[in-house]
Design a protein around this ligand. Structure first.
Ligand code: GLU
Length: 298
C-alpha cells in the first residue's frame, strides 16, 4: 500500500498538520507501505518556496520520513490538462459575488451549490462573454457513498449537495479536486489520511477517480484540533505553529502529546513516531474534534 503527506505550502506547519501527518505516517508504516510527500503548491498567490523548505524540515525534525517526493503541483499543469480534456466540462462566467448572494444554498464545506446558471449557454451566448471563464464539471443526480475507515459511511448527492464544481479557475490554475486525484493516481496512492474538513471533498474525488479510470483510494478522515471554544486551530494560532512549539518542546514531547490526544497512547509519554508503529491501531483512534488545552501553551 502507499500513502502520502500532502501539505499546502501556503504557510508554516501548525499542530493540526502535524497531527494528520502522524496518523498518515503511522498507518503507512504499520502496514509496511510506501510513504510519499507531495507539496500542494497549486495557488501561486499563496504558496512560497521558503514554506516548502520549512515543511520538509519540520516533518524530519518531528521524526517522519518518506520514500519519495512527488513533483510540485505547480509543475504538473500538463498532466492536469490531459485529464481535464477527458471530462465533460463547460465554461462558467459567474462572478464570485453573484454566487455568494445571500439566498444561495451552501454545501457542507461552505462553497456555494452551483445553481447551473452557465450549464446550458448556447455557443453564441458563450462567444458574447468578454471575461475569462472558470470551468465546471457537469455532475449527475447521483449519490456517492464513501466508507471512511474512521468516520464510517458518508454520502452526498452530487447534484443536490454539491452541484457542478470547478476544475479550472479563470486564471488557468487547476482546482485542488482534479490535482489531488491526478497526483494520487500518478503516485499509486491507495490510502489517504487527512483532516475531517476534507471529508466532504471525498465524494467529488471518488467520482473523478471513476470518470478518469483511476483506482479508488481508501480514506481516513481524522479529527480536527480546536481551541477551548470549539474553534478550529489555524494559522492564526501562531503559538501552536511548529516554529513556536519547537522553542518550548522537544519532538518526542510533541509526538507523545499528539499520540495521546489521538488515542494512540493511553497516557502521555514522550515518543518518537517509530516507537509507536508496533502499537498503532486505527481502532483506538478518536473520531471527534480534539480540544488543545493549556498543556500546549506553557
Ligand atoms: N493540501 C491539503 C491540505 O493541506 C490536503 C489535501 C489532501 O490531503 O487531499 O489541507
Amino acid at each position: 500500500m502507499t500513502g502520502r503527506f500532502a501539505p499546502s505550502p501556503s504557510g508554516t506547519m501548525h499542530l493540526g498538520n502535524a497531527f494528520s501527518a502522524l496518523l498518515a505516517w503511522l498507518s503507512v508504516r504499520s502496514q509496511g507501505g510506501t510513504m510519499l510527500l507531495r507539496m500542494e503548491d497549486l495557488d501561486p498567490q499563496r504558496c512560497r518556496a521558503e514554506y516548502i523548505a520549512q515543511l520538509r524540515e519540520d516533518l524530519s525534525w518531528l521524526g517522519f520520513d518518506w520514500d519519495l517526493e512527488q513533483p510540485l503541483q505547480s509543475t504538473r499543469t500538463a498532466a492536469y490538462l490531459a485529464q481535464f480534456r477527458k471530462l465533460d466540462t463547460y465554461p462558467c462566467y459567474c462572478s464570485r459575488d453573484a454566487l455568494h448572494a445571500a439566498s444561495a444554498p451552501h454545501a457542507s464545506d461552505g462553497t456555494v451549490i452551483y445553481p447551473g446558471t452557465c450549464r446550458n449557454l448556447t455557443p453564441s451566448e458563450r462567444a458574447s462573454r468578454k471575461k475569462a471563464p472558470s470551468w465546471r464539471l457537469r455532475v449527475p443526480d447521483r449519490t456517492i457513498e464513501i466508507v471512511d475507515g474512521l468516520q464510517g459511511v458518508y454520502s452526498e448527492n452530487l447534484a443536490k449537495d454539491c452541484g457542478d464544481f470547478i476544475l479550472r479557475r479563470a486564471d488557468g490554475v487547476f482546482a485542488y479536486q482534479l490535482a489531488v486525484v491526478t497526483d494520487d493516481a500518478a503516485g499509486g496512492v491507495t490510502e489517504v489520511t487527512r483532516g475531517l474538513d476534507l471529508l466532504s471533498s471525498s465524494p467529488r474525488q471518488r467520482y473523478l477517480q471513476e470518470l478518469l479510470g483511476f483506482a479508488q483510494v481508501r480514506y481516513y478522515h481524522v479529527p480536527l484540533l480546536t481551541d477551548e471554544t470549539g474553534r478550529r486551530l489555524s494559522k492564526r494560532d501562531g503559538d501552536l505553529d511548529l516554529s513556536a512549539l519547537r522553542l518550548r518542546m522537544t519532538a518526542p514531547e510533541i509526538i507523545g502529546r499528539l499520540a495521546f490526544a489521538a488515542g494512540v497512547l493511553d497516557h502521555f509519554e514522550p515518543a518518537t513516531p517509530e516507537s509507536l508503529v508496533p502499537i498503532f491501531d486505527w481502532k483506538t483512534v478518536r473520531k471527534d474534534s480534539i480540544v488543545i488545552g493549556s498543556e500546549w501553551k506553557v
